[in-house]
Ligand binder design. Structure first.
Ligand SMILES: C[S@@+](CC[C@H](N)C(=O)[O-])C[C@H]1O[C@@H](n2cnc3c(N)ncnc32)[C@H](O)[C@@H]1O
Length: 385
């Protein structure tokens, strides 16, 4: 695996997060990062402060660390990757003296340059462009992504909010987009959080811009919600990789219908996901708020051993643009540690996903709790001793 990166005249050592957990072909930066760093470095003293959005594993922040940076990220894993890579390159102190990390729902502070790494999610891109526009102060905007990401729809979004939108030539399969502040263009109100009705559960689900399946109920999640275990009084349930929180919310609904008092922890690495789940509990189960937790975490890293009765999980199989099993594997491993003896993990997965080996490895076996043409629900029980 290539871990040494020289975007300009300095070489940095960079790793994905968690270090050593990835396919050897995956590195912690790409050619779009390289173009962005080279462009900003060439601007020299014109750059007085930077806002960096969506830095996947900290490459942009590490390479541009001499500037005053506000780094905005929705991902806890990306934030941890940045801290890890700052430490490896002995830059933590110098970086934190002048820079700050902000979450994805915070307002964007004014800066001379805004550096944006394109994400696949167009709704989230538009949300971020609206936030940049709202700064309402002159700034240079430079974005980058793979040439396949610089589509006419993406350029149309830039033209909607900014002036002088141009692109660079492609280099190593990536391109830059340049734009400048447009005070005369209308400040369009964000449509987020969006709402989806879930009549079968009598619920309305709100979701912020970067939440998985924000415009519809995911069919895997829905299948697990329709097959929830019986929830008894005072059980602690974890909705692991909660997205908008549909599994935890369906559990609260079932508990309410059975007059049971359930405690639900909603856990996701996305800030917008955790905040969506919180909004949904506030709106629909306000009386259960004191018994719910909303936690941004990498799998269950921050959760205590032997602390949960039931874990519900519809695991991700992507990290950024890469297909990966390592997150699901970490989720199963953490679930085993966090469940109480006799506690149960329910996993819903597409039939083709190869989770059986890992579930067997951690729990000694599994049962098929239910299945349909597309999905299987696995049930693993932690042994009493
Ligand atoms: C397939 S979605 C399931 C969302 C929701 N539970 C549902 O059923 O619709 C997987 C979720 O896992 C989250 N996720 C990805 N990596 C994670 C990690 N390392 N730790 C915690 N959650 C993660 C994603 O943000 C996403 O919300």
């Amino acid at each position: 695996m290539n871990i040494y990166w020289q975007p300009t005249d300095t070489t940095y050592e960079l790793h994905r997060f968690p270090k050593g957990n990835h396919d050897k072909s995956l590195q912690a930066w790409d050619s779009a990062d390289e173009l962005l760093v080279q462009h900003i470095t060439a601007q020299k003293e014109d750059v007085t402060s930077l806002v960096i959005l969506n830095d996947s594993f900290g490459a942009l922040n590490v390479a541009l660390h001499g500037h005053k940076i506000s780094s905005i990220n929705d991902s806890y894993v990306s934030q941890q990757a940045l801290e890890q890579n700052l430490r490896i390159n002995h830059l933590s102190d110098v970086y934190h003296d002048s820079s700050q990390q902000l979450d994805s729902l915070q307002a964007i502070p004014p800066a001379s340059h805004v550096v944006l790494k394109l994400t696949k999610n167009l709704g989230y891109l538009e949300f971020q462009l609206q936030q940049i526009k709202r700064v309402n102060q002159a700034c240079h905007i430079v974005a980058a992504g793979k040439t396949t990401q610089v589509t006419s729809s993406v350029l149309a979004l830039f033209n909607k909010y900014f002036n002088q939108v141009t692109t660079s030539l492609a280099k190593k399969k990536s391109r830059l987009i340049f734009a400048s502040h447009a005070p005369e263009k209308l400040d369009i109100e964000s449509k987020y959080p969006v709402q989806t009705q879930w009549p079968e559960q009598n619920l309305t689900l709100f979701a912020h811009a970067n939440v998985f399946s924000k415009d519809q109920i995911d069919i895997g999640g829905r299948f697990l919600a329709e097959n929830l275990p019986q929830i008894s009084n005072n059980q602690r349930i974890i909705d692991l990789g909660c997205g908008n929180g549909l599994l935890g919310l369906a559990s609260l609904m079932q508990a309410q219908n059975n007059n049971a008092n359930a405690e639900v922890s909603f856990v996701d690495e996305s800030h917008m996901a955790v905040m969506s789940a919180k909004l949904n509990v506030e709106k629909q189960f306000p009386e259960r708020l004191p018994y719910c937790q909303f936690i941004q975490d990498d799998c269950l890293t921050q959760q205590e051993n032997l602390s949960a009765d039931i874990i519900l999980c519809n695991p991700p199989f992507h990290q950024q643009n890469a297909i990966t099993e390592h997150i699901a594997q970490q989720m199963f491993k953490d679930a085993k540690r966090v469940l109480k003896p006799g506690g149960k993990l329910y996993v819903v997965a597409n039939r083709h996903l190869p989770y059986q080996v890992q579930l067997k490895k951690h729990f000694g076996g599994f049962k098929v709790n239910n299945q349909n043409k597309k999905f299987i629900i696995y049930l693993c029980q932690k042994k009493d001793k």
